[in-house]
Design a protein around this ligand. Structure first.
Ligand code: FAD
Length: 381
């Protein structure tokens, strides 16, 4: 029997499941999601789940803000839970240059409708009494940011999409996108061909493997990233805000069960890690480095015990920003990949935008033109 779909999505991570959910909501077209593993089995299950608005680039901040609305109202908009926990989010700056950049960023966030404010060193000390603030020139504070459970969120999006009629073909590898005379006509998979005129590649760090045979590539670089979890000592049981700390070079946030999750803001990735086969545990030296830097900001963390950690692969585009666009020269093919360390936070709005692009020809939730192939010199033919 022929399998026919109006849209095939390749990849059932946060991005693919969000696109499926929004497509089903917008137009009950026949949508099939093809996933070589299981739901959220790619990099989504390795996400730190940090939800923040503090992106220096306005277009990304707009996606983050639109996504925050979903996380805050998940049960109403999607159903079941996504584990969203509001913690507040602090970004610290040191010196005049960093302080001016942060003030500029907060002004931009406020202009687009986000809740964000500048705090003096003293105000930060009052807000976060456990934090060492002597080295801080000023800070930005987002009261509404926090973290979510990326697996629960993705499963919730998929469950709702299924209810709305989307089919999920898990354990099915998409071998190639079928194209003739510059037009998509199907997807060849390990369980047979699917006829379709519209394909969305949401395959994270594997996306270029599907694009290359078609003569296109984003140039995604795989980067191994790690996160470590520490058990907070008794005096910090009440927790702390999430921090993006470029002074000490660490980001960290509270996690459920009295834990704190942390990672480095800058690190040396292994050379060309393979997303199918990489070291998925945390390096001991990394754990010590993260711990030392967290202690520099929150001294009471000196007694925190390392509990566990994991690594994953960032899909980093040549300019570090996602590519959300039609593929130049191939009618019916769209790509949503290259999220680096931000894909689970941006997924709700990215899904809405890609669904609008596919069904209505352009995104209205957020303008996607800055995320196009054109910025790399590739125009749609
Ligand atoms: C350690 C770490 C920490 C992170 N922390 C954060 C964070 O705090 N906040 C945040 O927002 N983001 C974070 N990220 C990034 C986030 O995890 C990703 O950006 C996000 O999960 C990307 O989702 P995705 O659906 O695009 O990709 P993925 O989740 O990788 O999904 C792609 C899917 O495509 C499938 N696939 C690939 N090729 C094929 C094929 N040929 N056929 C069928 N299926 C295929 C894969 O199996 C996979 O399930 C982190 C990432 C890592 C590694």
């Amino acid at each position: 029997m022929r399998t026919v779909a109006d849209v095939v999505i390749i990849g059932a991570g946060a991005t693919g499941c969000s696109i499926a959910f929004h497509l089903a909501r917008l137009k009950r077209t026949r949508v099939i999601v093809v996933e070589k593993g299981s739901l959220a089995s790619g990099m989504t299950k390795r996400s730190g789940g940090m939800i923040r608005l503090s992106y220096p680039w306005e277009s990304e901040a707009r996606l983050a803000l639109a996504s925050l609305g979903y996380f805050q109202n998940w049960k109403e908009l999607v159903g079941s839970g996504c584990g969203f926990t509001r913690t507040g989010f602090v970004t610290v700056a040191q010196g005049e240059t960093q302080a001016a950049q942060l003030e500029h960023q907060v002004a931009m966030l406020r202009r687009i409708g986000a809740k964000a404010e500048i705090l003096s060193r003293e105000q930060l000390g009052e807000l976060q009494p456990a934090a060492h603030v002597d080295d801080v020139t000023l800070a930005a504070y987002e009261p509404e940011s926090g973290y979510a459970d990326p697996i629960a969120a993705t499963q919730s999006l998929a469950a709702r999409a299924k209810k709305l009629g989307v089919s999920f073909h898990t354990g099915t590898f998409a071998k190639r996108v079928l194209v003739e005379r510059g037009r998509v006509f199907g997807v060849d998979t390990t369980t047979g061909e699917i006829e379709t005129m519209s394909v969305v590649i949401a395959a994270g760090p594997w996306s270029d493997r599907l694009l290359k045979p078609l003569g296109v590539k984003i140039g995604i670089r795989s980067e191994r990233a790690q996160v470590a979890f520490f058990e907070r000592p008794a005096e910090l049981k009440a927790g702390h805000a999430a921090f993006m700390d470029s002074i000490t070079g660490v980001y960290f946030r509270p996690h459920t069960f009295g834990l704190t999750l942390g990672g480095l803001t800058e690190w040396q990735s292994d050379a060309k890690p393979n997303p199918d086969q990489f070291e998925d545990t945390v390096d001991q030296a990394y754990v010590q480095d993260v711990h030392r830097r967290i202690v520099a900001r929150v001294p009471a963390m000196v007694n925190a015990r390392y509990v566990r950690g994991h690594a994953g692969i960032y899909d980093t585009s040549p300019d570090g920003h996602a590519v959300l666009d039609r593929v130049p020269g191939i009618h019916g093919l769209v790509v949503a990949a290259g999220f680096s360390g931000s894909g689970s936070a941006l997924a709700p709005a990215v899904g809405a935008c890609i669904a609008e692009l596919v069904t209505e020809g352009a995104a209205s939730t957020v303008d996607l033109s800055p995320f196009g192939f054109a910025r790399f010199g590739l125009e749609e033919c």
